[in-house]
Write a protein that binds this ligand. Structure first.
Ligand code: FES
Length: 88
């Protein structure tokens, strides 16, 4: 049986988002995923500019058509909760 692919959370690390610390956002997101024990269910990938530079840092969850803009480290638990709810 083919292995089911994990849905991916994308964190834009294009120039504008990177300047607004999106790499830190990606790292915090991974830590939070591990903290809630979801590491086998969802992955995090950095991606290039998604065209919303003014609203960065941008986090996307394409599987559920979710987009989060202006994400700050303190928003990570809330963002992840919304993603997990959308996966249920
Ligand atoms: S650099 Fe992130 S949306 Fe453009």
């Amino acid at each position: 049986m083919p292995k089911k692919k994990k849905p991916t959370i994308k964190v834009c690390t294009g120039p504008c988002c990177a300047e607004r610390k999106s790499k830190k956002i990606a790292k915090r997101l991974l830590e939070e995923i591990e903290q809630v024990g979801m590491q086998d269910n969802v992955s995090v990938k950095k991606c290039d500019c998604v065209g919303h530079c003014k609203e960065g840092p941008v986090v996307l969850f394409p599987r559920s058509a979710l987009a989060f803009e202006g994400v700050k480290p303190k928003d990570i638990p809330k963002v992840l909760r919304k993603i997990i709810t959308a996966m249920e």
